[in-house]
Ligand binder design. Sequence first.
Ligand SMILES: [Cu+2]
Length: 145
Amino acid sequence: MKHLVQWIGLLLAFGFVSCAPAAIDGKKVGLSSLNTFADGSASTARGEAILVAQTDGKTKIIVSVTGLTKNTKHIGHVHNGACAVQGPVALVLLRLEADANGNATAETVVDTAKLVGAQYVQYHQRDLGDPAGGIGGGILCGDIK
Ligand SMILES: [Cu+2]
C-alpha cells in the first residue's frame, strides 16, 4: 500500500512537471473590444494573441490586432484575473502601434514562469508617456485559459 501511494505521488508530480510548458505553448487567446477608445468612441479593436514556447524558459507572445484608431499607440499587459474581474499587472507587453489602417502587431518575450494562474491580455487607451496622462482603461481584452 505504501508503494502504491508513492507511485501515485510520483506519477502526479511527473505529470504536473511535464504538462506545464505544453499547456502554454501554442495557446491562442482571442482579443475582443473592451470599453472605449481615448476619444470616447466605442472600441472596435479585435485580434489574437498566440503564445509560443521558446527554448530558454521564455514564451513569445505574438499579438495581432485590427480595428484600432489609426496612428495611435497602446501599451499592453498581462494582468492577473480575468477581463470580467480585473486584477493587477503581471507582465508588461510591447506597445501596439496602429498603422494608417488601424492594424498593429507586437511580439514580446516573457518568462514562462510568470504565466501562471488566471490571467488576461489587455491593451489600454494610450501609451506610456502620452501627453494626455495615464494609459487609460482597456480597449482590448482576452482571458488566457
Ligand atoms: Cu494593463
